[in-house]
Ligand binder design. Sequence first.
Ligand code: UD1
Length: 443
Amino acid sequence: MKIMSVVGARPNFMKVAPIIAAIKQQNETTAASSLLEHGQTILHHVLVHTGQHYDRMMSDSFFADLNLPQPDVHLDVGSGTHAAQTAEIMKRFEQVLLRERPDVLLVVGDVNSTLGCALVAAKISFDGFGTRPVIAHVEAGLRSFDRSMPEEINRILTDQLSDLLFVTEESAVRNLTNEGIPAEKVHFVGNTMIDSLLSCKARAETSPILDNLCLRNTRAHNNNASHAIRRYALLTLHRPANVDTREALLNILNGLEDLAKKCPIIFPAHPRTQKRIQEFGLGHLFEWPHEFGDGTQERTAQNALRIIEPLGYLDFLCLMSHAALVITDSGGIQEETTCLGVPCVTVRENTERPVTLQVGTNVLAGITAQGIRDAIRRQRQSRAMGTVPELWDGQSGVRIINVLTREFRNRRMDPSKSAPQTDAETMRAYVGVPRASQTAVTL
Ligand code: UD1
């Protein structure tokens, strides 16, 4: 079986890495045993990077941190408006799909690359009879019920196009049922982004980032020098609704003013956000790192809103694990903080990840300065650690590969046929191409 997976933007990398690891693990088990003789196939994997994110710190560094193989295909699409970016992804991806003809196309999350590639696969025909890959969506069914978010459109449409839907929490199962997706297509497997977090956590502890940002105190305690970590908060903001107008951004910064007097707020700023801060003339509200001629940075320990460049995965994970509080408008960080037991304030009116509110450490602040101040106060007073949601246990990638191979094998070994079906027959049976076409091809 040939599986093609697609990554495009920063949050995709940690979702795909555990699936690639699970493929490798299954192939090793298959090769080392007699499973090959019992119909188990070797899984071939092709990794496609659309290039939606292209900066070193938004893309390349993640490949190293997550032990991801280099992409087999790079589409180099870069930035653009939603229409231009999605169209460019589709044009370039169609050629790759026709050349590679995978059995399964695996897309993750809710970015433009997710929808663009799923849409190409849904309409492609490898042979004129409708043979196309089985489309599998990882992180299906999440809904904010806010269609002004581009990601919500991407989620709804990708789910409608998918043949297999892998979900991270119960709310997603309910949402898909309500949208008429048949239950047999939906598999509750847990969260592959949490697989990455759990497998990288120990390595993240070796990151030098706390020292680099002067977040460690050296104190003499009972004659032992202990390296206590200072209280600090961590901030990320990149959502267009929050950073693309001066008013919205200023509101949020006002809401953070009191906290910045009490502790450093470390702010690894997304390129979009950095650009807006400059355009809106808001640079004076931040403490910027001072670079010396040799590339090293001035060390400062002061309480302030301290802006830094985007971080790699391990450095960011280390900072998040030790933060007293995380303030964010990201989707994934709401889940990661819940898993780590770190309090999180989400600067949005809604979340597509309600389990982080119900059992985790997340609260919604809204986007007003007062709402943010109140949520920060509530989180600073609260001692609740939350609990880790069901199946967020580090095994989600393995579950996905188990489902994929089981489904594919069951259909290949259709008991109504005298011999195993070919790959093309299996795919057509899966995606529901009418019988007449199937017969035409078989002949
Ligand atoms: C995208 C995703 C969003 C995700 C976010 C994570 C969509 C619709 N949005 O938003 O769901 O949470 O990634 O970061 O797919 N830029 C660079 N260098 C880069 C990438 C982007 O400078 O490597 C700048 C460009 O000016 C670009 C802007 O950032 O125009 C926005 O990038 P884009 O990929 O369009 O969307 P994100 O805001 O990153």
